[in-house]
Design a protein around this ligand. Sequence first.
Ligand code: ADP
Ligand code: MG
Length: 287
Amino acid sequence: MAMEIRYSNVSADYQLGPIRTKNVLDDVNLFVKPSSFTAIVGQTGAGKSSLLKVMNGLIRPKQGEVKIGKYSVSSNNDPTSLKEVRKRIGMVFQFPESQLFAETVEKDICFGPLNFGVGLSEAKEMAKTAIYQVGLDASFLPKSPFSLSGGQKRRVAIAGILAMKPDILILDEPGAGLDPIGKQEILSLIASWNKNNKLTTMMVTHEMDDVAKFADDVIVMEKGKIVFHDDVRTFFADLNQIQSWNLDIPEARRFQLLIEEKTGVSLPKICLTVEELADCLIEVGLA
Ligand SMILES: Nc1ncnc2c1ncn2[C@@H]1O[C@H](COP(=O)(O)OP(=O)(O)O)[C@@H](O)[C@H]1O
Ligand SMILES: [Mg+2]
């Protein structure tokens, strides 16, 4: 089921021994459309990971509320409702493969469902479905997760999250540390679950080419605040603004700006991919 997400006046901080940090989320208001794919970008320390963690109660808002479908996360949640929220949200942290622990891939994928009270035979069925969803097959189930390649390990870790059949998928730099092909494969899989299963998806990334290729909407965070939230083409329209956030632009957009500058011809739209750029160049007769 497609779920919407709404943050209302959410502030959060961390307890560091006896002291509390300043707000790492500062009065955040946000509405994420059901089934959308939203990229979250911004400098290190801007609050991107914290924005995601507050959603399933890993850090609690000290003020305000996050509504996820009919569920709510606030400073005074009871633990049962938090458990329900966590069932509905699949959260893929940075380097999720570091959490693999069982002797076999199957046991690892079954861990989450079993933990939420699913029976063993059903959990095994879920594992089988999930291993195919991440582009592997049943021959991996009896293997040790530690015998796999880095990209395969990451897929197994993500399979464990998909096995829970979440309504929302939250990913914190899911491609980090993978080779370019492994990364593209994982991101393409994520994009296809988003489209096919109407899985509301939020992904932190530093790669503007991935933002251009996969995201519908973009959130820019700065110092615990959301300073931009709009569709991806609007995001990449204003180069000055992007530079003011110390962010980059995708290759295709960079070429577009260079071509427009050198020819004096404006292309009919903001080009996000090389395919779009090629089409635009043909349309205006530059190629
Ligand atoms: N466990 C923690 N304890 C204390 N401070 C933290 C912790 N995690 C993050 N912070 C601080 O919160 C701020 C936001 O961090 P984070 O959400 O991780 O940003 P980002 O993901 O954009 O890099 C930073 O100033 C960071 O130092
Ligand atoms: Mg982070």
